[in-house]
Ligand binder design. Sequence first.
Ligand SMILES: [Zn+2]
Length: 362
Amino acid sequence: MSDIESQIMEGFGDTVDRIVATPTGAIPLLRKGRGGPVKNRYTWMKVYDETRQHYGRPLTLLAAEKLREHVTPGSHVLIVTNSHEMDGPPGSAVLARAILVGLRAVPVVMANYEPGSKHQRALTQSLTGCQVIPVLSREELTGSIWTPYTALVYGWPMMSVSEAEEAAESLLDELSPTAVVTVEAVSCNEKGIRHGALGGPRNTGDPDERLVRWNQLLEAANRRGILTVATGDNGNECGFNTIKDILVRHHEYCRDCGCPCRAGIVSAAGAEIVIPATSSNWAAYGIEACLARLLGNPDVMHDEQTHYRTLVNCADEGIPDGATAMPSPSTDGCSHEACMAVITQLRQTLLMSMKEIVRESR
Ligand SMILES: [Zn+2]
């Protein structure tokens, strides 16, 4: 790449980063109970700024570059998410699409759900919304002319720590993934306690207790040298331990969860690349835009119509926005309009960045 090409690529990455890390159309104030303590969500921009400084490269671009480097055609990419709220399934689905179209790899979208439940359908319907065929068994991934755009939807049951360690190793043995990307996968802190964004323990910390456990999977992937990328918007998402020092400076619940564990909400697992954005979904859209730019293929990025369908499909299963608790096609208190506009901004940035202006006289 020539000097000017690499400067343009870095500028493009920074533009994408700023789009997905700027809380346009977001509700900035979150209150815990009527008359309760408040949280200012605007301070998250400082977490982004310092993380950008830490890596010395635009974060969404760095993730896309590493994915292009590590992910080989036909290999599996694990996309770890949750399906209990709107932040997760849409981002996972569009990332699955980008990995299929751009890298010809096989996405495996993982979450904790009961088979046949709305939480499983949140994943299958989000995938369908963005033009990917969801399948529920490995056998359906290959072997027909209808399989090139399939993604495996994979249930990760509640487990004890030792069960999760064992399940992680055997899954990595079975699928040999070339990357693991987390999209809003909340996980336990260093004391084994899982917290919400505003603190509040969700378990006792007993390692034998069965709950949703992702740290063991990410740590096993790290030990094997598999690329790990984490997206999040609060610090309690699996992978965010990498930037713990930044998080505790700017997020009061990362400093102190307010519960008896006193260890803060930061996930105990660290990822190679961490992307703090307005929401995990938005970070995923940013990775997708950068992958499209790197590959010189705008079709890797989904368009507005596809985005509308993906968000509505997920919400229509009765999946609530994680901030407002209403099943609207929005994410973390960012309006539906804002979630649509972010795709327009990203796509226009992508399409226009592929042109050049020549000024000359006749
Ligand atoms: Zn705690």
